[in-house]
Design a protein around this ligand. Structure first.
Ligand SMILES: [Zn+2]
Length: 93
């Protein structure tokens, strides 16, 4: 649990994405968690869709806003096909 909170705080304070880019990511998901679809209400983690440990980039195209619970549950796994298709749809809309 502590690890999750640290990660959350780290992502919230890390300045790798500008406010503008964060807003773009939230807007394209309509302020909903990418994984569970619950309203984020301002509390979110910018998850690396493809984990950095697996070669994913820091760019907006590889980031999804997720609630703390989903980000913690996802850990370092690779996205499944359904998630890849869903992100592709979001990016192309
Ligand atoms: Zn969630």
């Amino acid at each position: 649990m502590l690890k999750v909170v640290e990660k959350f705080m780290g992502d919230m304070t890390r300045a790798d994405l500008s406010k503008k880019v964060r807003k773009v990511i939230l807007d394209r998901q309509k302020d909903l968690c990418f994984y569970c679809n619950r309203p984020l209400m301002g509390f979110y983690v910018l998850d690396h869709f493809v984990p950095r440990s697996k070669g994913g980039s820091d760019n907006a195209e590889n980031r999804v806003a997720a609630c703390q619970a989903c980000d913690g549950a996802k850990g370092g796994r690779l996205p499944i096909n359904e998630e890849r298709q869903r992100l592709a749809t979001i990016l192309n809309s």
